[in-house]
Design a protein around this ligand. Structure first.
Ligand code: ATP
Length: 455
């Protein structure tokens, strides 16, 4: 099945309640998206799987949820105030704006209209806002965080002490990040408000390269385990002259989106750059501390060597929205119904499916069937997300559940009233089988688990 194009995914997402344009009734806010009823379930499931794999399934990880607003000093010492820029070029004729580093080298005229281009100007990507009522005062300036990572670095000592951690260990965090991107677009691939799933994994200097390899493998396998085909995912070694200022080595995981191969996650070896930057550090030539705003040294006392070391950091940094987009593209398929129009079936891993089972009445104006169906939905909801839907004929109801990726539909019919069995229809094979109501939750539960483990 060829990859779907982006418009196909966007229109499915709108039609089936995964994503809507933000402020749509006012004409929409450019490149800003709201997750609808199905989208929020999918997104939560992606985050839940990430948290499970990286926090619950390991014994060397702690979780954190730091505030979005931080002291301005954090961004001064992290280097963001000075270096978190993108070069911007405008076309004087059609006014289109480009990121200079996204244009072909040597581009002299506007690729859209051939017009004259301005010189490249540096543009800081951090959103500014103010704390308190005096909004023109520089002293009240704060930024919306452009990455979740710094909240982890400044809490390194808190977490390590409170949780009595020894190296190596990591801190994981999921949260919103904001970047005033020059050029946005491609649906939820590049937006100004997005969500990240980040790990800062602290290890001894000298062990960093091995941990870097470990995390590249772990993160690659996580996507494959959730159903991404290996032919659509690749590792890209970022060349030395493209590395961020803090990075010793970075491997990007790239997915083959409808727009081509693009970054899904970056796994960087950040060395001791950040912990050093946020430490008061050695005294400078003028006799003052290099970092004048902090009170601590973010070091670790190594009980083996009885020395203080500044840990090295491996950072797997994934985008929630780019993961959702990749998983949506991957799940998309069209199946022949034999009736002309192909049917869209979203083959999402059951762990990610927004709804695990739908209870559908064969006749919606037969009170005994409706009552039975509603009771079944309540019973299944004690185990997993189940819905009752009687808003159309059975064919339409199946089609809707296929389009949102519901693994199982349970149909209540007249036979149910006689022998207390329902028809269970499988999304992937469209096979149907009769199952006793008393065994339904266990039956579906075990098939959901098996299917999840297979994919
Ligand atoms: P790009 O080169 O695409 O701008 P980046 O290298 O600046 O990305 P990082 O700073 O490494 O991105 O951020 C880590 C992850 O956060 C990215 O791999 C991506 O999944 C996600 N991310 C970054 N910027 C955005 C954005 N504007 N919209 C959606 N997700 C983003």
């Amino acid at each position: 099945m060829p990859a779907p194009d982006m418009n196909t995914i966007v229109s499915l997402c709108k039609r089936r309640g995964f994503l809507f344009q933000s402020s749509e009734i006012y004409g929409g806010l450019e490149s800003t998206w709201d997750y609808g009823p199905m989208g929020v379930e999918l997104k939560n499931a992606v985050k839940r799987e990430w948290w499970k794999a990286n926090v619950y399934d390991r014994d060397d990880m702690e979780g954190l949820d730091a505030a979005i607003l931080m002291k301005r000093a954090v961004w001064r010492y992290s280097g963001h105030e000075e270096t978190f820029h993108d070069p911007m070029i405008d076309c004087k004729k059609c006014k289109k704006r480009f990121r200079a580093d996204h244009l072909e080298p040597g581009t002299e005229a506007c690729p859209e209209c051939g017009g004259e281009l301005t010189e490249a100007r540096q543009f800081n990507l951090m959103f500014r806002t103010h704390v308190g009522p005096v909004s023109d005062d520089e002293s009240s300036l704060v930024y919306l965080r452009p990455e979740t990572a710094q909240g982890i670095f400044v809490n390194f000592a808190n977490v390590q002490t409170a949780m009595r951690r020894k190296l190596p260990f990591g801190i994981a965090q999921i949260g919103k990040a904001f970047r005033n991107e020059i050029v946005t677009g491609n649906f939820i691939f590049r937006t100004r408000e997005f969500e990240q799933m980040e790990i800062e994994f602290f290890c001894r200097p000298g062990e960093d390269e091995e941990w870097h390899r470990h995390w590249v493998d772990q993160r690659y396998n996580w996507y494959i385990g959730l159903g991404i085909d290996p032919s659509h995912l690749r590792r890209y070694d970022v060349p030395a002259d493209d590395l961020a200022h803090y990075s010793k080595a970075t491997v990007d995981l790239e997915y083959e989106y409808p727009i081509g191969w693009s970054e899904l996650e970056g796994i960087a070896n950040r060395t001791d750059f950040d912990l050093q930057s946020h430490s008061k550090g050695p005294t400078g030539e003028d006799g003052k501390r290099l970092n004048r705003d902090t009170t601590v040294d973010l070091t670790y006392f190594d009980p083996q060597s009885r020395e203080h070391v500044t840990p090295y950091v491996i950072e797997p940094s994934a985008g929630v929205d780019r993961s959702v987009l990749a998983l949506l593209c991957e799940a998309y398929s069209e199946r022949d119904t034999g009736k002309g129009q192909p049917r869209v079936v979203m083959g999402l891993d059951p762990r990610l499916a927004p709804i695990k089972a739908a209870v559908l009445p064969l006749k919606r104006n037969e009170p005994r069937i409706v009552e039975k169906g509603r009771a079944l939905r309540r019973m299944l909801s004690e185990h997993f997300r189940a819905v009752y839907d009687d808003t159309g004929g059975i064919g339409k109801l199946y089609a809707r559940q296929d389009e949102i990726g519901t693994p199982f539909c349970c149909t209540v019919d007249f036979q149910t009233l006689d022998d207390d069995t329902v028809t269970v229809r499988d999304r992937d094979t469209w096979d149907q089988q009769r199952v006793a109501v008393g065994e339904l939750a266990a039956h579906l539960g075990s098939r959901l688990v098996v299917r999840g483990n297979e994919s």
